[in-house]
Design a protein around this ligand. Structure first.
Ligand code: MTE
Ligand code: MO
Length: 211
């Protein structure tokens, strides 16, 4: 079987796997979290100025085809999907029912055709922020490259023109101002992961900090 087939099977599995990863049954609000109505802004304090017209996204590293997209390419090649999901920040606030619209990274990755040993990714952002995940973690239905929030263009405070949303992990894994996705065969800690945050960041397992 070629790896493309294997990768497509991974995606199929991800499609039927929409539960939080930590627990089979769980409360909607993970332990240690408090619900907020507001949508706080949290980042390193550098807000990159990138317009949707100038924005590009690269996929590089352990892939068969390194690719570069702009918004027009994405719109003409991939489905635009809407998803409503919850958001859990490690600083203990959670927000329910955030309405995102965007592209699925797995659709882009399929075109890039990850090499067989590529098991990990790094999101690189325009503010030089990075965060890492397993490749599997970003194949789920609810993982988006979002350009709209609440039916409006994503504001730059929240990561516009385009950010990542990974609802099943603490929010620091949801890279704002996404610039590129790098695939690796070995895991590489990102900005917060190097500074003591947990590598996996499952809110239902309270994976806040590494020991
Ligand atoms: N590029 C980038 N993405 C980032 C961050 C950052 O500093 N830079 N901060 C992370 C953290 S710690 C959190 S809690 C969420 C916050 O997203 P929000 O500002 O939209 O609430 O973005 C994450 N994504
Ligand atoms: Mo955060």
């Amino acid at each position: 079987m070629t790896f493309n087939k294997l990768f497509e099977e991974k995606i199929k599995k991800a499609q039927s796997n929409n539960k939080p990863i930590g627990k089979e049954s769980h409360t909607r609000l993970p332990s240690g979290q408090t619900l907020t109505e507001k949508f706080p802004v949290l980042d390193l304090g550098i807000t990159p100025e990138v317009s949707l017209n100038d924005w590009t996204l690269k996929i590089f590293g352990e892939v068969t085809h390194e690719l570069e997209f702009n918004y027009e390419n994405l719109k003409s090649e991939f489905d635009i999907v809407e998803d409503v999901s919850d958001f859990h920040c490690v600083t203990h606030w959670s927000k329910f029912d955030l309405k995102w619209k965007g592209f699925r990274p797995r659709d882009l990755l399929k075109l890039a055709a990850p090499l067989e040993h590529a098991k990990f990714i790094t999101f690189h952002s325009y503010d030089d922020y990075t965060t890492n995940l397993s490749l599997d973690a970003i194949l789920d239905d609810d993982v988006l490259l979002a350009f709209e929030f609440d039916d409006q263009p994503l504001t730059k405070e929240h990561g516009g023109p385009v950010r990542v949303v990974v609802p099943k992990r603490y929010a620091w894994k949801s890279a704002k101002w996404i610039k590129s996705i790098e695939l690796h065969n070995e895991d590489r800690p990102g900005f917060w992961e190097e500074r003591g945050y947990h590598n996996d960041a499952d809110p239902w397992l309270e994976q806040r900090y590494s020991k």
